[in-house]
Ligand binder design. Structure first.
Ligand code: DX5
Ligand code: ZN
Length: 220
């Protein structure tokens, strides 16, 4: 399973260093949580910080846009060097056009669903995207508890992808820890976003990544 650390809970005063720590620990992607204070009740950062992250790592970067009307900003994220942009189906009334706009800019396209959005809302889009993100918390904040109902949503999304013959990545985001990561892996997720399980004042980045890898490797 691929790991995509979210810098949401990283130490922003030494962001470059924190990203290099994750890279050295052998993670697969960097996950950048962009929040606008409208789609979600919180503000984080925009394309400027994403560009700074991009400059500090060789890892591929994905921007998770928790913003209303993300089309306005897609070119900014392309200029910031993002390999993938993930938009929310709830924020995109013209999702087909948005996916095309992301592709025209040369980036991979992902679509995300909030915890109670019916999976059928993205069914038609699945053959058109590189990734589908099943949120396992309500978006807006790091460090929240995993919503247990999510496990069967991931299973049902896995079945939907397989039925359609779509090889898109199945990503999960929110509350993924050494305790929950096997649940989502066994349910069929292929990428886990990990925030506080990696970036926390209680342990180093290397320890956080090691615990997640050990949990995945455990036999029982
Ligand atoms: C939630 C964000 C997540 C979050 C992950 O709104 O999209 O990426 O920061 O953080 P943890 O892993 O701490 O739930
Ligand atoms: Zn995210």
């Amino acid at each position: 399973m691929k790991l995509a650390p979210s810098i949401y809970t990283a130490d922003f005063a030494r962001l470059g260093e924190q990203i290099r720590e994750a890279e050295q620990a052998g993670v697969d992607w960097m996950h950048l949580d962009v929040m606008d204070g409208h789609f979600v009740p919180n503000i984080t950062f925009g394309a400027l910080v994403c560009a700074a992250v991009r400059r500090s790592t060789n890892l591929p970067c994905e921007a998770h846009l928790m913003v209303q009307d993300p089309d306005r900003f897609l070119a900014d994220f392309q200029r910031a060097g993002m390999q993938r942009v993930i938009v929310h189906v709830e924020a995109c009334p013209h999702l087909y056009a948005t996916i095309q706009n992301i592709r025209k800019l040369g980036m991979q396209a992902g679509v995300a669903l909030n915890p109670l959005t019916p999976l059928s809302a993205v069914e038609e889009a699945l053959p058109l995207v590189d990734l589908v993100l099943v949120m396992t918390v309500e978006p807006g904040f790091g460090g929240q508890a995993y919503i247990s109902h999510s496990t069967q949503r991931v299973q049902r999304m896995r079945a939907m992808l397989d039925r359609l013959g779509v090889s898109a990545e199945l990503e999960v985001d929110g509350g993924i820890s050494a305790e929950t990561i096997r649940l989502v892996r066994d349910a069929g997720a292929t990428i886990a976003v990990v925030g506080s399980a990696v970036y926390s004042p209680h342990h180093t980045v290397a320890e956080g990544v090691r615990r997640l890898r050990e949990a995945l490797a455990a036999q029982t």
